[in-house]
Design a protein around this ligand. Structure first.
Ligand SMILES: [Zn+2]
Length: 324
């Protein structure tokens, strides 16, 4: 059983990193998904080796808030069913500015971003997050935060209808997706978008593996794959990390076990590690959540996230390590 954690890298000094890494080591956590600037990752990596920690660069793959890119390449951004570009009219949250997974220049841009990270020798792997489309339907437990009731796919939240996507789909299936009578019911249009994301994963995984690093991804639960167009069981990764954040779906801890079983059934050689949402798990429930993951044969558990962990959570993990 491998334990990992999502963590934002910070501009921290040596003593601060050592304090954090000691905490992780004592809790039996061996893998860290670290987000942030390359300089901050490199800084953290300098101290991680002493603690036997494996660090993966955690990237928000299809999200882009880089002003230079927005100004120079507005055509790289996804277009919804109303014809609005996601960098101009982001849905749900301000940072939801999504790159189009069909655009060849986006492929090249992402390739270069990942290559840069792969050149850092001490890095164990690249962890792909936001490797998907914007949610066409939000998790049920989150809809009220945005005063939304989403019972079906609406054009406002449905992507991507940019020129690249429309012409690529038309070439393959003989029809412009805007002319489909009901886009939400068209299996080919759904598959086209699943495949566009799978294609990006394949492109990036090839580079990651060429550099002898591990390719992993944070993904949605099996029952939500369609809402974000993620056929992640077809991806050639070392491991997937479904974010089994039960509270976002108004579910209880037992649901986590059900989702692990569904995922394991779909996967062949790729490992499945269960993502736990710490803000919704009181420390006295943490062992129960861990046992559910173990009993359902998850290959590991990842905690979201470092900042959400309270002293009581750390104590539970430390006592678990002491017992092993
Ligand atoms: Zn597009």
């Amino acid at each position: 059983m491998q334990y990992s954690i999502w963590m934002n890298s910070k501009d921290q000094n040596k003593d601060e990193w050592k304090r954090d890494f000691t905490k992780l080591q004592r809790a039996g956590i061996s893998n860290i998904f670290l987000s942030g600037k390359i300089e901050d990752l490199e800084n953290a990596l300098k101290y991680a080796a002493d603690f036997n920690l494996q660090i993966h660069a955690w990237i928000f793959t299809m999200i882009c808030n880089d002003e230079n890119i927005i100004n120079q390449h507005p055509d790289w951004f996804t277009v919804n069913g109303l014809g609005e570009r996601s960098h101009e009219n982001p849905q749900y949250v301000e940072y939801y500015k999504w790159l189009c997974p069909t655009h060849p220049e986006v492929h090249e841009y992402l390739r270069e971003q990942v290559k840069k990270l792969c050149k850092i020798p001490e890095l164990t792997g690249i962890h792909l997050d936001y490797i998907r489309y914007c949610d066409v339907i939000l998790p049920i437990g989150l809809q009220s935060n945005y005063n939304l009731v989403q019972t079906k796919e609406e054009p406002q939240f449905d992507y991507c209808y940019c020129e690249q996507c429309r012409s690529a789909f038309k070439q393959k299936y003989g029809v412009d997706p805007v002319d489909l009578p009901d886009q939400s019911k068209n299996q080919s249009w759904l598959q086209f978008r699943y495949d566009s994301i799978t294609n990006i994963v394949n492109i990036l995984t090839e580079i990651i593996h060429q550099h002898n690093k591990k390719a992993t991804a944070a993904v949605f639960p099996v029952s939500m794959q369609k809402n974000v167009r993620q056929e992640w069981h077809k991806w050639k990764l070392e491991a997937v990390y479904p974010m089994l954040y039960h509270s976002c779906y108004d579910e209880d801890l037992e649901w986590i076990g059900k989702e692990i079983r569904k995922g394991k059934q779909l996967l062949k050689s790729t490992e499945l590690h269960c993502g736990l949402y710490i803000p919704a798990i009181e420390s006295n429930k943490l062992m129960q959540a861990i046992e559910i993951a173990i009993n359902n044969n998850a290959n590991g558990i990842s905690f979201f996230d470092f900042n959400a962990m309270k002293d009581e959570h750390w104590k539970i993990l430390q006592s678990k390590v002491a017992r092993c």
